[in-house]
Write a protein that binds this ligand. Sequence first.
Ligand SMILES: [Zn+2]
Length: 240
Amino acid sequence: MGKDAFRCVECNEKATELHRDYNNGILKLTICGSCQKPVDKYIEYDPVIILIDAILCKTQAFRHILFNTRLNIHWKLCVFCLLCEAYLRWSLLHGSEQSNDPADIIRYTKEWEFYAMFGSATLELSAFCISVLWFLWLVVVQLQGGAIDFSLLLRALLLSCYGKVLLIPTVIWEHDYSPLCLGLIKLFVLTSNSQAIRVILNSSRRLSLSAVCVGVLSEMCVAQACKKLPWSVQDIKMKM
Ligand SMILES: [Zn+2]
């Protein structure tokens, strides 16, 4: 681990270590030179407590996860969330039709629509991430003359999409309030995205919310474009 590899979860000041080992079994939390509080109190906490604080969008918990851990599951999590999203869309499409036509049964077996949904969800997420990164580059690097670590920011964006795994229980235990649940999950994921951007850049809430809004707009444009493509799911169905 390099010098200043960590951050104080309270004040975002850089730190060289989180704890000091005194070799006789005594570990002591490092105290931040800036705010005089432990650099990272979460290293003593149970993962469940950290997860609850992350769900509550606490800045300290986000700083702990994004700066002081080397959690490297963002690509796996991203693929899993895309599969959840594809499954949700596919099941909504599947559930809206009641057909006994053998051609339809064969089509369901091949699950072409699932792959199409996975493709469109991937395009939408890519559009979201690219436009958020582009907007932040424009504002922070070009207008304010700052610097951005894009790989760290992308990791934060992908990790903060973890709320999408909640789509699976919503689909499995379908009820009258499912559309409301899906809306709340979307809102939760966007709030987490905004908080992750704010923590990584140590920026204002306004900048992170603006970046997320630009991302959502771009995602909606791509979703509309996907519906109009000649090989969209609706057209595949028409041809079969
Ligand atoms: Zn501090």
